[in-house]
Write a protein that binds this ligand. Sequence first.
Ligand code: MG
Length: 254
Amino acid sequence: MKIKRLIIITSLFITTHSAMAQTQAIAHRGFWKTDGSAENSLTSLEKADSIGCYGSEFDVWLAEDNELVVNHDGSYKGKNMEKTPSSELIKLKLKNGENLPTLKQYLKKGKKLKTRFILELKAHSTPERETEAIQKIISMVRGMGLTNRMEYISFSLHAIKEFIRLAPEGTPIFYLEGGLSPQQLKEIGATGADYHLNVFKKNPDWIAKCHELGLKVNVWTVNKSEDFQWLINNEVDYITTNEPALLQEILKNK
Ligand code: MG
């Protein structure tokens, strides 16, 4: 009897809680616009966590030797991510003096923190390399016991479909490119849309449509107060921003 009551109370709480769910902040390439930080650095992940961001976004490449590294551009300091072995890439310095991190180092740093890993797999030169990267990512994440902390995003539709096929059931997976309608996202089995602000400005009904279909909505890369406000009023689930401290302030004072 007691257990039954507990289940009812718990499910009531979950229902109320999700009905009240509010917009949350994701730091784009980590929280890098702050002292001692740099885009996609270990520090940016720590800083995003320190201001209580829901998640910290970062970019992943499969290097020439099939090791995974964290960096945004396909080329950095003259080195092509896919055509250079990781042993050379990790010698490159970021703007804050840190070395370019491997995915393993990045996950290890974040394991002690609370913020969620919003892992963007960059579009690679072939679908096969993307599949190889995804297999490695999922196996590394599983090995490190981080499966429940991960969310996967990509501009590559092939990568999205492979994450859906290979990641454990329930792993959040969002498409970035903006070309699929909410209905199409639902059909491929994505968790939701992670689209540019302009896509939602052009199709403002897509936010409600996603929610009607049980999909989540994330919006990138939003940096202005008035845009934050418009998205908060429209009850998007997540905002990805280069100004996570400002967004956190706005969300706190809501
Ligand atoms: Mg990214």
